[in-house]
Design a binder for this molecule. Structure first.
Ligand code: DGL
Length: 272
């Protein structure tokens, strides 16, 4: 299929987390039109089966393809760990696909000051061991400790941050023995940058915090440039779709992304 630089970039996640990536892409590449899909009907992905996550990711990718996207960013570590290889193979002739994980792995591996790193993510991401495996392949000397932090996504989606509850949950996750001597931490879930300040406050020491956002945006820029697919001018406004709509979701979205977002309900599952 012949792709054109004026086509939009599709970005998806289970909820608002992927907006952290969409935001970074928009800032770096202001000429690009973004089409965002938050699969709020199935949130959280972090405790779903691989089969379900593959199915959701496939339906969303198909929706974004119908919207004529030239590229898809899987702005979700959980979906990236389960469905990236499958989607990349499936759509290899149709569009460009990038996951949330590899760009941050490359970023960490280039930083020689990092010797022991902590990874936090959803149950599915941590159980998949995707970070450990890729670090082991690229930087075998790096010591890696991982922890599933399943309460964080519902907490963020419900708008609990910078309060007593979030502080106590973060303390119980981060102030543990395994993490005592890490010199870096990967936020292995695209929701977590939304509470980066809270995380830094709880860690309260010199730990480098890596997240997917800017690494993914830079990778997209490099790849689209290489493919001659970078847009010269923004012709259409960004579009934001969710598969289920709640007031809380809209409120939280506005806090993090600003008033300009108009969420459109789009149930792509109704015929499945
Ligand atoms: N933002 C998704 C991720 O990066 C959240 C997963 C979820 O819905 O549990 O993993």
């Amino acid at each position: 299929m012949k792709l054109n630089k004026t086509q939009p970039i599709g970005v998806f996640d289970s909820g608002i987390g992927g907006l952290t990536v969409a935001n970074a892409v928009s800032k770096l590449l202001p000429n690009e039109q973004i089409i965002y899909f938050g699969d709020t009907a199935h949130l959280p992905y972090g405790d779903k089966s691989s089969r379900a996550i593959k199915q959701y990711s496939y339906m969303i990718a198909d929706f974004l393809l119908e919207k004529k996207c030239k590229a898809i960013i899987i702005a979700c570590n959980t979906a990236s760990s389960i469905a990236y290889t499958f989607l990349k193979e499936l759509y290899k002739d149709d569009l460009y696909i990038v996951d949330a994980i590899q760009p941050v792995i490359n970023g960490v591996c280039q930083d020689d000051s990092v010797r022991k790193i902590g990874i936090i993510g959803t149950q599915v991401t941590i159980q998949s061991e995707v970070y450990e495996k890729r670090f082991k392949a690229q930087k075998p000397d790096l010591e890696v400790v991982s922890l599933a932090t399943p309460l964080l996504v519902p907490m963020i989606e419900a708008g609990n941050f910078n309060d007593e509850m979030s502080e106590s949950i973060l303390k119980s996750y981060l102030l543990r023995k395994e993490f005592e001597d890490i010199d870096a931490l990967v936020l292995g879930c695209t929701h977590y940058p939304l509470i980066k300040k809270d995380i830094l406050k709880v860690l309260n020491r010199d730990v480098k915090v890596f997240d997917n956002t800017d690494f993914v945006a830079r990778e997209v820029e490099l790849d689209l440039r290489r493919l001659y697919l970078l847009a010269d001018k923004k012709n259409q406004a960004d579009e934001f779709y969710v598969s289920d709509y709640t007031d809380t979701f809209e409120k939280t979205t506005k806090i993090f992304y600003g008033e300009k977002i108009h969420l459109e309900l789009c149930n792509i599952w109704k015929n499945s």
